[in-house]
Design a protein around this ligand. Structure first.
Ligand SMILES: [Zn+2]
Length: 77
């Protein structure tokens, strides 16, 4: 009977160690929703700074809105 109790205790101990290591891995893991600092770009027409994801890239220039892209193109034409 003591043999089974020791076996059970060993299983519980291994399980506890496994849980502990699993929780440690969970805290060190990088949160998935963490946002990278975004690069700021300047509108080639009005000069306003804004995140690159909200800008329009055309002809190797960034624009803040479609209107400024259109205005810049009509200025050059
Ligand atoms: Zn602009």
């Amino acid at each position: 009977m003591t043999k089974y109790f020791l076996l059970f205790a060993l299983v519980m101990f291994v399980w506890w160690l496994w849980q502990k290591s699993a929780s440690t891995r969970g805290t060190t893991r990088r949160p998935a929703n963490k946002r990278e600092p975004e690069r700021m770009v300047q509108c080639a027409h009005c000069g306003v700074n804004q995140p690159v994801s909200e800008s329009i890239l055309a002809d190797d220039r960034y624009y803040c809105c479609p209107a400024h892209l259109r205005d810049a193109r009509s200025d050059r034409a």
